[in-house]
Ligand binder design. Structure first.
Ligand code: 5GP
Ligand code: ZN
Length: 128
């Protein structure tokens, strides 16, 4: 896609710190990391959302492999995935090395809609 920043990273028009590459996937360091080693794993084909990627059974084990490698090399306590995609419209998995006292705790709190239990149950009734 012409005006996609991650497609430009794939084609080499924009530089990146690559940490993994094969025929179909690229992983590189996020320019504005949550923690040191914050990595973005992307398919080389442009898809909008992570769930649009046909090879789900390929990309998730690869994300885990990269996460384990980051964890070991950076001496992290664990790692987490984020699939947000609000800023860049090219499917990407954030792989974030995590440390016990890092600043990511409670990150979802800013988005909560403060539902009552009745509202939660009403959604449940639509889903069951
Ligand atoms: P999201 O779309 O999931 O909200 O986040 C997109 C991520 O891409 C952000 O964490 C942002 O820092 C990262 N990002 C945006 N532009 C660039 C870029 O040109 N190079 C790199 N390495 N990361 C980028
Ligand atoms: Zn793209």
């Amino acid at each position: 896609m012409d005006d996609c920043i991650f497609c430009k990273i794939i084609s080499g028009q924009i530089p990146s710190f690559k940490i993994y590459e094969d025929q179909n996937y690229l992983a590189f360091l996020d320019i504005n990391p949550i923690n040191p080693g914050h990595t973005l794993l992307i398919p080389k084909t442009h898809y909008r959302w992570v769930y649009d990627i046909p090879a789900q059974s390929e990309i998730w084990p690869l994300a885990t492999k990269i996460g384990q490698d980051l964890k070991q090399k950076l001496n992290a306590d664990y790692f987490t995935y984020i699939t947000a995609g609000m800023e860049v419209p090219h499917a990407h998995i954030h792989i974030v090395p995590r440390f016990q006292n890092d600043k990511m705790t409670g990150m979802l709190d800013q988005f909560r809609i403060n539902s009552t239990i009745q509202e939660v149950e009403s959604v449940y009734n639509k889903l069951k």
